[in-house]
Design a protein around this ligand. Structure first.
Ligand code: HEM
Length: 552
């Protein structure tokens, strides 16, 4: 301590001499030193002041306010695994001034996703981010019980009957895309047996919006995809980024464009709804088998019809909820298939065995047949295990909530409390690749799903609709699934309702491509994950090489 005191007094003396020469220098020094002092005080406070034992441990961070934002933002999985080593399954980190308490593992998932909506609120965590994009009076802009009714309305449009008609439509769209888009030029030249290549995510983004609009969104959206709608979509999407999540209102051009695009897109859907009402009121499902038709038949429990603007905003919410999630999953699936010729071959063989016709062609699948393809099913499950598009699910804490001692406790008899005002965070991305649960978790191995006694099957059974406890949160009975380590579609009351549609869309897109071309990776390995977007995407380069199948 003696030399340190010597340094401090020297710095003090020199500073005094420096400031005495001109009063302006004091201001300059304050500007230079205050961040340093703030950083030091912040560090000292974490190291010296005994922490409140009832609060979960706080991840050490140098810079106040910013906290652990950089480590979390760059690689959340690495950050969580490292924190788990140091602090256990429950810890708090600072994210731009927010206190975020993470609960890891299957028990952590259950704690966050199985929590009551009065204690853990999704709307308080998300509305600042979603309402400018989706619009007023829907999803997180309404109380939870109203949103649950809205989820029920949407489920009416996601029926088996609709899905049956969607299989052929999705096939058609992919077929047409491969026959016309420049990315597949070499495929279009029948007599050239050469490899072409495409960017996995660029192609999947286009195929996803084409197929979603042909099916769920309806013919008016599909008809406008080449025109104004795409620009509106891009502007809206530009307001759906991590920056928007962290800072809801910045005076930036992208925010202005987001708001402008929202107004126009809302009007676009309202116009469709009004026009459909004017041109005859044929009741669902006889006019169009899309979501607008389904919504038009629904009423709130109190008898109130759904206002046009709410239907419009639900449509925007569905568009945004399904687009990046499905296109990211599709990209990862194609990349892994390109990297695993044997899995690709098994998938192709499954198609040939089930759908080959005597004239050597492959016929269309029915929805019922589609649901009984184990290789395809396991490829999608395995893709979603390694690459769940949403790595962090958050809720805002509305009242103090004790952490079950079985999840984490400060001592044998103690309990942590997550205080009101914190956020809680669950990460299926961690539990789905946790080496304590899965063997060779980083390896893409769809066969792990075929062992009925294996970890994967058990995790799936507690998650899937077929098994596990069922609960009705207001949108029909669903498997609770909150305790499963595998939950790419979330769990509990906020569980995804697009799951079956996503499986259908992804399954038909993947098989339609695999039927026509073989795939190889251009790089040595599957790209790394890019966490700088809301949805985890493959980093560039992410090219896939392809060649027409019927040449070999
Ligand atoms: C909720 C994942 C596709 C509509 C969720 C949640 C996840 C998820 C993890 C839970 C969010 C939370 O708890 O905060 C996925 C994945 C998809 C996908 C991995 C594709 C592979 C879709 C599609 C639609 C959709 C295609 C629409 C047709 C919704 C809706 C919710 C939801 C309405 C409910 C949000 C809530 O209750 O708070 N999804 N989703 N999703 N998803 Fe999906």
């Amino acid at each position: 301590t003696v030399p340190v005191m010597g340094y401090v007094s020297t710095i003090y003396d020199q500073t005094q001499t420096y400031v005495a020469a001109s009063p302006g220098r004091a201001v300059l020094l304050a500007v230079v030193y205050s961040p340093i002092i703030a950083i030091l005080l912040n560090a000292l406070q974490q190291l010296i002041i005994p922490r409140n034992r009832s609060l979960p441990p706080v991840v050490f961070h140098w810079i106040p306010f910013i906290g652990s934002a950089i480590s979390y933002g760059n690689d959340p999985l690495n950050f969580f695994f490292k924190c788990r080593e140091k602090y256990g399954d429950v810890f708090t980190f600072i994210l731009f001034g927010r206190k975020v308490t993470v609960a890891l593992g299957a028990k952590g998932n259950n704690f966050v996703l199985g929590g009551k909506s009065t204690a853990f609120s999704a709307e308080d965590a998300y509305t600042h981010f979603t309402t400018p994009v989706f619009g007023k009076d829907v999803v997180y802009d309404v109380p939870n019980e109203v949103f649950m009714e809205q989820k029920k309305f949407v489920k009416v449009g996601l029926t088996m009957e609709n899905f049956r008609s969607y299989v052929g439509m999705i096939e058609d769209e992919v077929d047409e895309f491969m026959k016309t888009d420049a990315a597949f030029l070499i495929y279009q030249m029948n007599d050239i047996n050469e490899w072409g290549r495409f960017d996995a995510t660029d192609v999947m983004a286009q195929i996803t919006i084409l197929t979603a609009s042909r099916t769920l969104q309806g013919k008016e959206v599909r008809g406008n995809l080449d025109k104004s709608f795409s620009q509106l979509y891009n502007d809206l999407d530009g307001g759906f980024t991590p920056l928007n999540f962290m800072f809801p209102n910045l005076p930036l051009e992208s925010y202005r464009r987001r708001d402008e695009a929202h107004k126009k897109m809302s009007q676009f859907y309202v116009d469709i709804i009004r026009k459909r009402k004017e041109t005859g009121d044929v009741s669902y499902p006889d006019d169009e088998q899309d979501m607008i038709s389904a919504l038009r038949t629904q009423k709130y429990r109190d008898g109130r019809p759904i206002p046009d603007h709410e239907m419009a905003h639900i449509m925007i919410a569905l568009l945004m909820a399904g687009q990046h999630t499905s296109s990211a999953t599709g990209s990862w699936a194609l990349l892994h298939l390109a990297n695993s010729p044997e899995v690709q071959e098994a998938l192709y063989k499954e198609q040939v065995e089930n759908f080959a016709t005597p004239d050597g062609k492959l016929r269309s699948m029915t929805y019922e047949e589609f649901r009984k393809l184990p290789v395809l099913d396991s490829v999608i499950r395995e893709t979603l295990r390694i690459h769940p598009p949403i790595h962090s699910i958050m809720r805002k804490v509305r009242s103090d909530v004790p952490v079950p001692p079985t999840l984490a406790a400060p001592s044998k008899d103690g309990t942590y409390v997550v205080p009101k005002g914190h956020f809680v965070l669950a990460s299926a991305a961690v539990s789905q690749v946790d080496p304590l649960i899965w063997s060779n978790p980083e390896v893409f191995d769809p066969t792990r799903w075929s062992d009925p006694e294996g970890v994967a099957a058990q995790a799936f059974n507690t998650y899937a609709d077929e098994g596990g406890e069922k609960i009705d949160y207001g949108f029909g009975a669903v498997s609770k699934g909150t305790e499963s380590p595998y939950q790419p579609f979330g769990a509990g009351r906020h569980r995804c309702i697009g799951e079956q549609f996503a499986y259908l869309q992804l399954g038909v897109v993947i098989t339609t491509i695999i039927r026509r071309v073989e795939l190889r990776l251009e790089t040595d390995s599957v790209p790394e994950q890019n966490y700088h977007t809301m949805i985890t995407m493959p980093k560039k380069p992410r090219n896939i090489c392809f060649r027409r199948r019927n040449f070999d």
